[in-house]
Design a protein around this ligand. Structure first.
Ligand code: ADP
Ligand code: MG
Length: 188
């Protein structure tokens, strides 16, 4: 009897250990993605992009900010944008996720990259991937211009005001409060 009980205990603890290992390998990470559009039906473009991101494998959209109409930054002679931020709980590694976002931009939205910061049907930027810091030729995390753009910080603050910027050590709320730029960011 003693051996049987011990045997059962060993089996249970082994199963628990394997379960914990699988769970740890299968980690879900919160990624924050910025969406922007200033060509065509801007609101419909954002909604379609949310739906397409929601269809990506191994992920689930767990938060979506309000939509904002915002003045263009960089190239000012172009239509106002609609911007939003969503939270994706995902198992895809960051490079794979960026690749999938670029696929949505180019294949679903037929986005042309003819002018840097110019008009676009959709722009999908990976703002944060957990607290990971990445500096590779095609991916920088956190997004390098995250902390200086009101049209990103405002919707991100709606979703995650207390989230810390992994490099600057300040919360999204603090970064937004510290902005001095005069961009227009109007909730629609
Ligand atoms: P922007 O978003 O600045 O208007 P693009 O969308 O054309 O410009 O992106 C330019 C390049 O930025 C892409 O080729 C992509 O590889 C690179 N990039 C680096 N880090 C990121 C990131 N965190 N999110 C999205 N793109 C990124
Ligand atoms: Mg982009």
């Amino acid at each position: 009897m003693f051996f049987v009980q011990t045997g059962i205990r060993i089996q249970h603890s082994a199963v628990d250990a394997i379960g914990r290992l699988c769970f740890n390998l299968n980690v879900q990470t919160d990624a924050y993605i910025a969406l922007g559009s200033n060509l065509g039906d801007r609101e419909l473009n954002l909604l379609r992009a949310v739906a397409e991101i929601g269809r990506l494998p191994a992920g689930k959209v767990t938060g979506l900010s309000p939509f904002y109409e915002t003045s263009p930054v960089g190239v000012s002679d172009q239509p106002f944008f609609f911007n939003a931020v969503l939270r994706l709980s995902t198992k895809q590694p960051p490079h794979e996720l960026l690749h999938n976002l670029q696929h949505i931009e180019s294949v679903i939205f037929k986005r042309k990259r003819d002018q840097h910061w110019g008009p676009r049907t959709i722009d999908l930027d990976l703002l944060l991937y957990g607290d990971q810091v990445v500096d590779s030729c095609d991916l920088t995390l956190p997004h390098p211009r995250l902390a200086e753009r009101r049209f990103v910080l405002q919707p991100l603050c709606d979703l995650a005001p207390d989230l810390l910027h992994p490099l600057l050590g300040q919360s999204i709320r603090q970064l937004l409060a510290g902005l001095t730029s005069d961009e227009t960011v109007r909730k629609i």
